[in-house]
Design a protein around this ligand. Structure first.
Ligand code: FES
Length: 128
């Protein structure tokens, strides 16, 4: 996996994941079948809030702290987001909540937004 600034290592089986996050936009080259959460973490673009980085289920689909918005999600036949195949991710898609990045595999080019995370009613800054 690589960010645009490190491009050149992409192979034929890679897909482009465009990530919009609170600090800007990044384009990642991601091997086919990679779990989206793993790709984001490898690129230093955590889908978790600051607290969620320490307190999460490790990608088991239980904590819902890894939510991201997928472009085209919930748009019926026009959808370009992968269909959910995990019960918790399916509920998120059905009710319009962010999808669980740990339950989404990258199987094509996609656009992802990492939303600002709210923790216990307060807006959290990424400042450490
Ligand atoms: S990391 Fe817990 S639901 Fe995704």
């Amino acid at each position: 996996m690589s960010r645009d600034s490190q491009a050149g290592a992409a192979s034929a089986g890679d897909h482009t994941v465009t990530v919009t996050h609170p600090e800007g936009t990044a384009r990642l080259s991601v091997p086919d079948g990679t779990v989206l959460r793993d790709a984001l973490l490898a690129a230093g673009l955590s889908p978790h809030s600051r607290a969620g980085r320490r307190l999460n289920c490790g990608g088991r689909g239980l904590c819902a702290t890894c939510g991201v918005r997928l472009e085209g999600d919930g748009e019926g036949e026009d959808a370009n987001a992968p269909a959910p195949d995990h019960w918790h991710d399916g509920l998120a898609a059905r009710f319009g909540y962010p999808r669980l990045s740990c339950q989404v595999r990258v199987t094509g080019d996609m656009a992802v937004e990492i939303p600002e995370k709210l923790v216990w009613g307060g807006r959290e800054s990424d400042a450490e």
